[in-house]
Each structure stands twice: as structure tokens, then as C-alpha cells.
Ligand binder design. Structure first.
Ligand code: ADP
Length: 564
């Protein structure tokens, strides 16, 4: 704190105050009657007046005490008197027994005594502040902060200069902030516990099915029909489990992600893709299913393509899931007003004639793990994270989402988003070129079982597969290859001899750019943020999580090889 005082000057003033005290003359008399102060010279009187005037005009409280055990009060300025609710210094002396100790609330005396006895007082060095309650004449509890400084005073011994501030209101605000932070932390703990309870409950259901049908399958090895049925059920339960794990990871990743990425993309094509992807689901349930993008003027936008598609997918998937056979579901992507700076508003509206959502539930629909209480209504037992993901994505994109519903009549979800727009490149020529000739994939995978499955799946998709059992073998193959021998590398990451990251980095350094720039897709169970960063650093184009999701892989292959 700034101290406006010249302590040499104050040393003499303190001595004069001490003289007043010894002669039992109150400082309050200074301006009224100086005749009682004939033991002071005119010069001393003038100096004392100047010093007291200066202290009284100081906005903070000042208290001067002797630096001995008793800490007798020598002076209190106007602000100190106000804080203590005393009219005069005499009142303060009466209230406190004329000692600094009398100012302090009895419950804080020990603490201050201990603090002061631990401090070493060096002249000129301000001491760390102390906070304590004071005893006021009106008996209300107030808190003060006191900075003190030792002033050497040869004639009377040392004195303390105390700068006092009333910090009661500041403490109340601080306390309120602490209470709020504690409440937030408690809410987070409750949410985390609810999260864990929900997740462990929800994970057990498919796990039970997997265990149960596995043991049934073991006992039915001779009965092929039953065996296939059990395996199908195990597959369904495994898929459900995987969906849950992916959704939980997605929510966690989204909530920690600072910003979404923005790429050039085609909104109409995205809508079509989502529509096509879910068409079998709608057909299975005999649901009339439509997509309307007719009002889109600017289909080329800048957005996080994957997140936007995921958001639409979750909404449309719910609409189909919660609509009974014979009902209808529609997705409309509307372009609204054009905004300044090449931006436009888009409305993504997903409507269904399904079971609807109750009034009580609709306000909680975007909360994690929220599901309609009466889940028998839909007969669907999902985890309740799909709409949390939707809302998080919309929030991250700076948009809003609104849900309207009437029970047994249907629901409409409307997401309002703003995107920067861009002219669309003409892609028609490129498209005819793809999928002409068989593409060759160098499949780098150390696990024989995985290698076998992936080879079979990809060969069925008309790819030629060249296997490599670790990174080193793959690198050798690339060193011996001619440009065009391979169209793409599918790379496992954790492998013996040479891992996928090291191998990819080495491939990127090959002298022939046609080989060095080959697209590399990592396919790995390493899915922590650091793993993704490592992939990016080693030159991997796309890092996909295991287990293999064939449609996503095919889409990624198409995108990467199209760019070649
Ligand atoms: P879930 O994985 O359970 O579908 P969501 O977060 O996507 O999780 O949805 C939460 C709940 O909201 C669902 O369990 C369902 O009760 C209700 N819900 C979501 N969409 C619809 C819809 N279109 N019609 C009726 N109910 C819906």
C-alpha cells in the first residue's frame, strides 16, 4: 500500500503525542484550546497540527500505538474513529482500555498475539497484513485489515503505525464467491456420481446379454441355427456397448474441446448423406421419410462437417426411433436470411409424428442421461446422451436448438445456426473417375486375427490388400514400391519392431514425393487426445478409432484418394 508519510517527521509528532498523553491532555483539544498545552512550544504545536491534519485527511484508518506489550493508543485518525463507531479519541480509549488489544474481538486475540509474536519488526519494512474482528461500541461484528509498520522513536521507544481498512463487505463478497465455488464443485461431484451410476447401470445391460448369449452359444455348438441367432444377439449387444462408450467419449471430448474446426463443406450433400444413411432404419419401420433442401441457396459453407453431420444424424435417428411404424419423419434444411460478411442463417428442422415428449420431460431433454420416465412407452432403452451431444455441438457452433412436442402426436427439433458461405466447387467431373479401377491398400496390422478380418471386409469392398505384419515390414515395402503400387496405407499404431507413428514419419521422408505423400489412415484403439496429436505430428492424414466402422472407413478412403 502507498504510505504518504515521512516517518522522520512522524517520529517527532509521535513524541509530541506521547507528551500530550503524559500530561493527560486529549488531542481533541488541539484546535479548541491550546492554553492547556503550554508544555509544547509554538513550533511543536504547529507541527503536531500539521501531522494530525494530514492523518485525518487520509481516507484510510490510521492508529498509532506504542510498540510495547500493552500497545497503548497514541492517536487514532477520523476514519479509525468512524470504523470503531467512536466520536472522540477519548471514547476509543474508554472502549478499548486505551490499548490496541482492546480493539480486537476476544475470539481473535490469541490469533493476533501469535501472529505478532512470530513477526520480526524491522524498521521501514511494512509487515504482512492481518485480518481480525473488532469490538465496536455498537457491538456489531466488523472485520478489519491492518498493515503495520514500526517507527523508531528514540525519546519514547518504538511505535506502531497501523493502517486500518474495514474489509467486512469485501469479506462478504469473498465468502459468497467461495460459497458459490463450493456449490459448483458439489454440483459437479453430484453430476459425476450420477454419471458413473448411470453408466455402470447402462453398461451392465448389454454386458449381461453378451455373457448370457455366449454361454448359451457354447452349449449349442451343434445347433447351427441357434448358434447364429446367439451370435447375432451378441453382435447387437456389443454394438450397443460400443455406441455407449463412443457416446460417453464424445460427450467428454466435446465438453473439453475448445473450438470446433471449420472446413469447406456442402450442406446439401451432408443432409443427403445423413438421409441416405438412415433410410434403411426408416424402411425397416415402414416410416414415410423425406428430406427437403430446396430452399438452400448457398450450399457451400464453412463448418465442422463431422460434428454437423453427427448432430443431424442424432436428431433424425431419434425421430425414426421414437416414431411407430406407419408414421412419418422429415428433415428440412432451410436457408434463412443472408447476414453481412458472407454469412447466412440455416434452420435444420427434424419433425416426426411419433410418441412425443411429455411436458415435464421436455425441459430436461438435453441433460445427460435424461430419458422419458415412462420408457415403456417407446420400448427403447437408450443411454440418453444423443441429445446432450446435439446440444453441445449446437452450443459450440454458436447456435440454438429448440424442441416442441405433443404427446402421441409428434415432435419437432429446430436447430438455428449461422455459417459463413462459399461458392461450391464443381465436383461432377471427379466423381465419375472414382471407383473405376481396383485400389490397393497396404494393410499394416500386427494382430493376425484383425489382419484377417480387415482383409476379408475390404476385399469384399473390391480393394486389393497387401498385408504387412509390422511397421518395419511396411516401410521396406514402401521403399521398394513404385509410385502407384499402393493407393493408401491403413496403419495400426501400437505394433512391435516399429510402431505406426514412427513408420508413418519415415514414409513421409521417402525421397520420391509420390510415395512420401501416400494417404495414411491410422486405425487404432489408441484414442486419447495425445494419440491423435502424435498421429498428426507423424503425418497421418486421419486417425480412426477401433473397432473398424466400415462406412466411416470407406468414406474416409474415398475422400483421401479423391484428393490424390
Ligand atoms: P437416447 O439415446 O436415449 O435416445 P437422447 O439424448 O437422444 O438419448 O434422447 C433422450 C430422450 O429423449 C430419449 O430417451 C427419449 O425419451 C426422448 N426423445 C428424444 N427424441 C425424441 C423424439 N423425436 N420423440 C420422442 N422422444 C424423444
Amino acid at each position: 500500500m502507498n504510505e504518504p508519510f515521512n516517518y522522520d517527521f512522524m517520529e517527532h509528532a509521535i513524541y509530541l503525542l506521547h507528551l500530550l498523553e503524559q500530561n493527560q491532555v486529549e488531542i481533541d483539544m488541539l484546535s479548541a484550546d491550546s492554553s492547556q498545552m503550554d508544555f509544547l512550544s509554538q513550533e511543536d504545536l504547529r507541527e503536531l497540527r500539521v501531522a494530525c491534519d494530514l492523518m485525518d485527511k487520509t481516507p484510510g484508518g490510521i492508529l498509532i500505538c506504542q510498540a510495547d506489550d500493552n500497545q497503548q493508543i497514541l492517536y487514532a485518525n477520523q476514519e479509525t474513529l468512524r470504523i470503531m463507531q467512536c466520536a472522540t479519541i477519548k471514547d476509543l480509549r474508554d472502549l478499548t482500555g486505551n490499548s490496541f488489544w482492546g480493539i480486537i474481538h476476544p475470539e481473535d486475540l490469541d490469533m493476533i498475539d501469535r501472529t505478532l509474536s512470530l513477526q520480526s519488526f524491522n524498521e521501514g519494512e511494512p509487515l504482512p497484513p492481518m485480518e481480525y474482528r473488532i469490538l465496536r461500541s455498537d457491538e456489531t461484528d466488523r472485520w478489519v485489515e491492518d498493515y503495520r509498520r514500526l517507527v523508531r522513536c528514540e525519546k519514547i521507544g518504538d511505535a506502531f503505525f497501523l493502517f486500518i481498512t474495514d474489509v467486512t463487505d469485501k469479506r462478504k463478497i469473498r465468502q459468497q464467491e467461495l460459497d458459490n465455488a463450493l456449490e459448483r464443485a458439489n454440483t459437479a461431484v453430484v453430476a459425476k456420481n450420477a454419471f458413473l451410476t448411470n453408466i455402470s447401470h447402462d453398461i451392465r445391460t448389454p454386458l449381461n446379454a453378451i455373457f448370457g448369449f455366449t454361454s448359451l452359444a457354447k452349449n449349442s455348438l451343434q445347433d447351427t441355427e441357434a448358434l447364429v441367432d446367439y451370435l447375432n444377439r451378441i453382435e447387437t449387444a456389443s454394438k450397443k456397448l460400443l455406441d455407449m462408450v463412443s457416446q460417453v467419449l464424445e460427450v467428454t471430448a466435446l465438453s473439453t474441446a475448445e473450438k470446433l474446426t471449420e472446413v469447406e463443406c456442402d450442406l446439401r450433400a451432408m443432409g443427403q448423406e445423413v438421409y441416405d444413411f438412415l433410410r434403411p432404419h426408416a424402411q425397416e419401420k415402414n416410416i414415410s421419410y423425406t428430406l427437403d433442401c430446396s430452399s438452400i441457396k448457398h450450399s457451400g459453407i464453412y463448418a465442422d462437417q463431422e460434428k454437423l453431420k453427427q448432430m443431424m444424424l442424432n436428431l433424425v435417428n431419434n425421430a425414426i426411433t421414437y416414431t411407430n411404424p406407419g408414421g412419418s419423419v422429415s428433415m428440412t434444411i432451410e436457408e434463412g436470411d443472408e447476414l453481412p460478411g458472407q454469412e447466412a442463417t440455416y434452420y435444420i428442422v427434424v419433425s416426426d409424428t411419433g410418441i412425443g415428449i411429455s411436458k415435464e420431460f421436455i425441459d430436461h431433454i438435453f441433460e445427460p442421461f435424461s430419458r422419458e420416465k415412462n420408457s415403456t412407452l417407446s420400448g427403447v432403452h437408450n443411454i440418453g446422451l444423443g441429445l446432450t451431444i446435439v446440444k453441445t455441438i449446437v452450443d459450440k457452433m454458436g447456435g440454438t436448438i429448440d424442441a416442441k412436442s405433443v404427446e402421441n402426436q409428434g415432435s419437432t427439433f429446430t436447430a438455428t445456426l449461422h455459417f459463413r458461405t462459399q461458392p461450391l466447387p464443381d465436383t461432377s467431373a471427379e466423381e465419375t473417375e472414382t471407383a473405376q479401377s481396383k485400389q490397393t491398400i497396404l494393410l499394416v496390422e500386427d494382430n493376425e486375427f484383425n489382419r484377417e478380418i480387415e482383409t476379408e471386409l475390404l476385399e469384399k469392398m473390391n480393394f486389393a490388400i497387401v498385408p504387412a505384419e509390422n511397421g518395419y515390414v511396411a516401410l521396406q515395402k514402401m521403399q521398394q514400391a513404385a509410385p502407384g503400387d499402393y493407393d493408401l496405407i491403413l496403419m495400426d499404431l501400437q505394433m512391435p519392431v516399429m510402431d505406426g507413428w514412427e513408420t508413418s514419419a519415415a514414409i513421409r521422408k521417402l525421397p520420391d514425393p509420390a510415395l512420401a505423400n501416400i494417404p495414411i489412415i491410422a486405425l487404432s484403439a489408441s484414442i486419447f487426445l495425445t494419440d491423435y496429436q502424435k498421429s498428426e505430428e507423424s503425418g497421418i492424414n486421419v486417425h480412426l478409432a477401433k473397432p473398424l466402422n466400415l462406412p466411416v472407413l470407406l468414406e474416409t478412403i474415398e475422400e483421401l484418394t479423391k484428393q490424390q
